[in-house]
Design a binder for this molecule. Structure first.
Ligand SMILES: [Fe+2]
Length: 357
């Protein structure tokens, strides 16, 4: 990858992406077609799989489709995966009775569903397969990652094919989730500023937040838009791109055009009707395909009692049927092999599951 240059021949990239993946919030905000309710029969099957798993004595980090067996739910999960990978890129699964289950059973069923979609990836340098998205009083200015705070999160993608969020508890107020199609975003950017296309496909140095794999720089370099084998993929986290400029004098400098690309992205994403807003209810699982969906959330305020704090469980999933990705993704994703890529692995990482923060 040559610095300061687009990584793909610009002439070969389409100027518009068509299909279900290129949607606008205003087209679907009023409909509930993206919310899927679990049926009582499905819940019973999930509970039976959890009961089977607990009898095996296997640790949660080693859960597999065999140790969490599903039969009737297999085609359902395949449909969900198809919508994520080939369709509009997001699904909301509603109505898991998590209050009845308690955290251990909820985590088992959530991870079991995820494991039927692909391998589970570590979402931090500690090797945690289940990420706790909860205000821990941490400060982004002091180097923390946003999921440890109660701060508004700007639009970004995560470093795995699929991200899941299971809501255990919602905030007293705020914390709404916003998602947007990065495919529709690309179409709009090309329409407004075709002159910026080369800068969209040029590498952006991005801060790793201290979670540095062996032999790598503390930043990685990747374009915001990536065209590979007939598919467009987006990678974006502006705050960490800007942090790399501030913290690492050796990181390549952004060009004026690259800054204009980020300004244009942020402008379009804030325009009314572009994104889709959703409020989490306890028991909801939101699943997103990071290559084609950007996500953000509002600031939130918790109830005074710590046990009522907003609490989501994050899963990063790598399906075997994931799209082909260019080799340079391995700098962040460890590998580009579908089913075995994404997540954060640093020296000494041992995969584990923590049921509390
Ligand atoms: Fe995220």
């Amino acid at each position: 990858m040559q610095l300061g240059q687009p990584v793909t021949a610009i002439g070969s990239i389409p100027r518009s992406i068509q299909g279900d993946c290129a949607w606008h919030g205003k087209e679907i905000q009023g409909s509930s077609s993206w919310i899927v309710h679990w049926t009582p029969e499905q819940i019973t099957e999930l509970e039976a799989a959890a009961a089977h798993f607990s009898k095996t004595g296997i640790a949660l980090e080693n859960i597999t489709p065999e140790s969490f067996p599903l039969q009737k739910l297999k085609p359902f999960i395949a449909d969900v995966l198809h919508t994520l990978l080939q369709g509009r890129g997001f699904v909301m699964l509603r109505g898991l009775p998590i209050k009845e289950w308690g955290i251990e059973k909820a985590a088992c069923i959530y991870m079991g569903i995820g494991r039927h979609m692909g391998s589970l990836r570590s979402s931090n340098g500690k090797g945690h397969l289940l990420g706790h998205v909860r205000d821990q009083g941490a400060k982004v200015e002091a180097g923390a990652r946003f999921y440890q705070t109660n701060k508004k999160l700007d639009y970004h993608t995560d470093s795995a094919d699929i991200v899941g969020l299971l809501c255990l508890q919602k905030a007293k107020e705020g914390g709404e989730s916003f998602i947007a199609s990065s495919m529709a975003l690309y179409n709009e950017m090309v329409k407004r500023r075709p002159d910026l296309i080369p800068a969209m496909f040029t590498p952006y140095p991005t801060d790793r937040r201290g979670e540095v794999p062996e032999g790598r720089d503390p930043w990685f370099e990747i374009p915001i838009f990536n065209w590979y084998q007939g598919q467009l993929s987006c990678v974006y986290l502006r705050h960490y791109i800007e942090e790399a400029q501030t913290r690492f004098p050796n990181a390549p400098r952004l060009s004026q055009e690259q800054i204009e690309v980020m300004d244009l992205i942020d402008t379009i994403l804030q325009e009314p009707g572009f994104a889709l807003q959703m409020a989490f209810e306890p028991g909801d699982i939101q699943l997103l395909h990071n290559h084609q969906i950007l996500h953000s959330r509002n600031d939130f305020h918790n109830w005074p009692e710590p046990e009522r704090a907003r609490h989501l469980l994050r899963l990063w999933i790598a399906p075997k049927t994931g799209r082909p990705l260019p080799e340079y993704f391995a700098s962040r994703w460890g590998s580009v092999t579908p089913g075995d890529r994404g997540g954060i692995i640093v020296p000494g990482t041992k995969l584990s599951v923590e049921l509390s923060v």
